[in-house]
Design a protein around this ligand. Structure first.
Ligand SMILES: *Cc1c(COP(=O)(O)O)cnc(C)c1O
Length: 225
């Protein structure tokens, strides 16, 4: 079994190098360990090695694993969210990265009202236009953001994207750059006071994502390889 501690040290070193190359403070970048491939014992190893954020791509996996964890971590939902799982998602996760359609917004608002709590989330964009990917297209974003203003309990906090799988990580750079531009455009409106997260970069491309401004990295296989 590969050593999670060593993997994390290597990843943190690379994050730091990329951040410094881009004149960024490495301290503003959060590594989220994507735990969808592993069970509780290995998640605990990562937490023991200093991981403070974990992510699952399916609600049911979080529901199953999170109660078994002894450590206190921030829990992220990074996979597609079906409306019938919204209630469970809000009970078990701290930040949803995958809000991508009006029907989901309506259900989030409904459940937020029931729970009488604010819901923080990111909006997932499909920049590459791949048909297999979820997410809004960039030209849908302004209208989507405008619509969110109607829901006082919904707090949009930033953007998320998945770059296409590719042999050549550099081909993802324009996608990350585009997400960053869209992020800045929304930030410039000043309409969303908690707008601060740019969730991009996975095991194959996180150094590039850091160079392009990511502050939430979703890294799975490189941590648990
Ligand atoms: C699995 C997954 C990741 C992590 O992928 P790795 O290549 O294993 O780092 C990141 N984001 C999402 C949405 C995922 O489903």
């Amino acid at each position: 079994m590969a050593d999670v501690v060593q993997n994390l040290a290597e990843i943190r070193g690379k994050i730091r190098e990329s951040a410094l190359r881009a004149n960024r403070n490495p301290g503003e970048i959060t590594l989220i360990a994507v735990t969808k491939y592993v069970d509780v014992a290995r998640i605990e190893e990562a937490i023991a090695a200093g991981v403070g954020h974990i992510a699952e791509n399916r609600v049911q996996e979080g529901v199953r694993k999170f109660p078994l964890l002894s450590g206190n971590v921030v829990k992220h939902l990074i996979g597609t969210l079906q409306t019938n799982k919204v209630k469970a998602a809000l009970e078990h996760f701290d930040l949803i990265h995958s809000v991508d359609r009006p029907a989901l917004v309506e259900e989030l608002a409904k459940q937020a009202d029931k729970l009488q709590k604010q819901v923080k989330f990111l909006i997932q964009l499909n920049i590459s236009g791949e048909l297999t990917k979820h997410g809004l297209s960039p030209n849908e974003l302004p209208g989507f953001m405008e619509n969110l203003k109607a829901y006082p309990r919904l707090i949009p906090c930033g953007l998320m994207t998945m770059a296409p799988l590719t042999e050549e990580p550099e081909t993802t750079r324009p996608i990350f750059r585009r997400l960053r531009e869209l992020f800045e455009e929304i930030a410039a409106t000043g309409d969303f006071p908690e707008w601060r997260y740019l969730s991009m970069g996975m095991s194959q491309d996180y150094p590039i994502a850091v160079e392009e401004g990511a502050n939430l990295l979703r890294i799975g296989s490189a941590v648990f390889k």
